[in-house]
Design a protein around this ligand. Structure first.
Ligand SMILES: [Mg+2]
Length: 269
């Protein structure tokens, strides 16, 4: 942290204390949502970039022994890889826990033939919706589709989302719906970020985990945490998380505190 003149006023004292304790766990897993947590929200998802200070703190963390960092996003793995700018050692979970790249050459998704058929029909249905709401944007994902309405007038966004819900409900019943910030997602796989946290806990043999997220879909991850873990809600909104910070700047402060504490603990300082 030499040369770092920024303060850490945005990190509440209770969270600093929790991080200090977390830093002493034998096997630490730091799991982070990307959009709205590492990267400020932007209108065009392809232009999102992680905060430089957060990315440096992540590089510091993954260089330490017994420390794993994972990005857990609603983006597809390909999209997450393209924007994350994170070191190779960072593990990736995409599509809300339907896609994994755990650094073992096993990246990808497995879906059944029935789910493949549902996916084809879902894509057809969503393209029909887009014809009726051309200012909305459609994002194809490996296991579903996302309708983006960021930048639309509230009435137009609401109409597009309602049309999508009704159309998909009629034509592809049983598909999972997820509402996020200016986005409505449909998936033929019902995985959540909570499932991802359980898998990551086992995969990394974590003795304690941190999760930070800003959206409603992150609540599943918070709910999957256990005693001794640390949950951090970023921004406004109801949450089951134990701590809250304001935005991406405060996330970078939090990560720098954790990286410094972890390094000091491992060095026996
Ligand atoms: Mg987010």
């Amino acid at each position: 942290m030499t040369g770092d003149t920024c303060g850490f006023d945005g990190v509440p004292g209770s969270l600093i204390a929790a991080l200090r304790h977390l830093a002493t766990t034998p096997q630490l897993t730091v799991a982070l949502d990307f959009d709205g947590v590492l990267a400020p929200l932007v209108d065009r998802p392809g232009e999102a970039r992680g905060d430089d200070r957060s990315l440096r703190a992540i590089s510091d963390l993954v260089a330490l022994s017994g420390t794993t960092v994972v990005l857990v996003s609603g983006r597809s793995l390909d999209s997450l890889r393209a924007v994350s700018g994170s070191p190779d050692k960072v593990l990736l979970v995409g599509s809300h826990g339907a896609e994994y790249d755990l650094g073992e050459g096993n990246a990808g998704i497995s879906i059944t033939n029935e789910e493949k058929r549902a996916l084809t029909e879902l894509r057809r249905a969503m393209h029909d919706v887009l014809e009726r709401h051309p200012n909305a944007r459609l994002e194809d994902k490996p296991a579903g589709c996302a309708l983006h309405t960021r930048g639309l007038a509230p009435d137009a966004a609401h109409a597009a989302q309602r049309d999508a819900s009704r159309t998909v409900g009629q034509r592809v019943p049983g598909v999972t719906h997820r509402a996020g910030k200016d986005v409505l997602e449909f998936s033929v796989v019902s995985a959540t970020k909570g499932d991802a946290m359980q898998r990551l806990r086992l995969h990394t043999s974590a003795t304690a985990m941190l999760y930070a997220g800003d959206d409603v879909t992150d609540e599943d991850a918070f709910a999957a945490l256990e005693i001794g873990d640390v949950s951090v809600k970023v921004g406004e909104g109801a949450t089951v998380a134990d701590h809250r910070v304001h935005g991406t700047v405060e996330v970078s402060q939090m990560l720098r505190v954790l990286a410094a504490d972890r390094r000091n603990h491992l060095l026996g300082a």
